[in-house]
Design a protein around this ligand. Sequence first.
Ligand code: ADP
Ligand code: ASP
Ligand code: MG
Length: 456
Amino acid sequence: MKFGGSSLKDPERIRNVAAIVQKEEETGPVAVVLSAMQGITDSLIGAAKSAEAGDPSYRSNLSDMRERVLKTATELVGRGEVTESLEVMLDELEEILHGIELVRECSPRSLDLVQSFGERMNCTVVAALLSAEGSPAVMTDARELVRTDDNHLSANVDFEITYRQIEEKLGSYEAAGEIPVITGFIGSTNEGVTTTLGRNGSDYSASIMGAGLRAEAIEIWTDVDGVMSADPRIVPNAFVVPEVSFEEAMELSYFGAKVIHPYTMIPAVDRTIPVWIRNTLNPEAPGTRIAKDAAKSEKPITGIASIDGAALINVQGGGMVGMPGVASKVFSIMAECKANIIMISQASSEHSICMVLRESETERALHALREGLREEVRAKKIQNFELIRDLEIVSIIGDKMRGTPGISGRLFKSLGDNEINVLAIAQGSSERNISFVVQTAQREDTLKTVHQAFLE
Ligand code: ADP
Ligand code: ASP
Ligand code: MG
């Protein structure tokens, strides 16, 4: 059972989480994975960045955090061993931040260490609360379980070692009748250096633990009733989808359904374990079941997702026609400068390659392309690099789209009828996803229009 920051934002919600865990424990052994309390990871990153900039305001951020954490813990378990160990952690954090301030540098490695405090403090509190309520629980540091490489801020998991460590170290808790309360989001390298799995990575941690333990189910508890047909904050008519396949869940989350981290499905697929999305604020609701044998949706598509803050780079030129290797060169340059391409389309005229990426990465990418393709530009094989900002990628997703004619016709007709201009389109041959790009200003209209065309 994994609980996200939204389910852990204050003492009341934390108590509610403990009650849900205790109820589940009555039916069989449970392992718990937790995120940091809501907002703590952001505050930790903010404090590290301020310290790096020599801005002393990180000290007041830290004392606010100290107050919030200690107040929550005191309210839940009183003052004593727990608040003392939190004080020790907070003092250590203060020293690390001071070190960052002195050297005016926060490497990704240091940032990972700073971020790890959120999950570690939270698990300390919740384990103590469960124990105090009569369910013996042990704070379990995932750095002893999840082995990763040193790709800080988004480390890659070594599954062989990780599964082995989980089996060895978590197996004994079950035998002892204790609940491990495991830190999500963090891991460590073979040198014992702290790493993180990327923002929102606790979902992934939960699935790694579930697979390592060969659990019956992996439950991701959050603040909505399940995976919804669209982001409920933008589309009020969005509804809960009872079942989705692993592939659909992966596509939905990759294309912006923020309810679950896209990597969560990897360990679950690996060991064929169903993933449930459940609501801590409404535990009676059945939630969404993500599984291999998910029932197909009755609607033509399963859901809609979208990614904001996108921009488009168009590489254009007559000299690219019939010239093998230009596309490969473009993509190598993008990889070298670590710009992540979310969507690509190339028309069969080969006259242009259009890439959509995060707005924050476009300057770097454009610079690298201009440098790397200087010869081609000089020889006039490439005429122009076009950049368009303030875009949104919208995707319609569903296994049922496969082999069903007329979906794209219906999609683009609905957009045309509502005067929504499409800047680029891509459909993978899996036919499980059609993605297109619109201006950010038309995001809300687009999502509502498409939801209405297919799902209402
Ligand atoms: P947690 O703190 O539990 O990890 P998150 O904030 O990361 O929770 O994710 C849950 C939120 O994701 C929901 O509150 C909802 O607003 C948002 N969300 C975006 N797209 C979807 C979707 N398709 N289905 C459900 N929730 C979505
Ligand atoms: N606390 C981490 C974050 O905010 C991980 C998570 O919540 O899943 O990104
Ligand atoms: Mg999350």
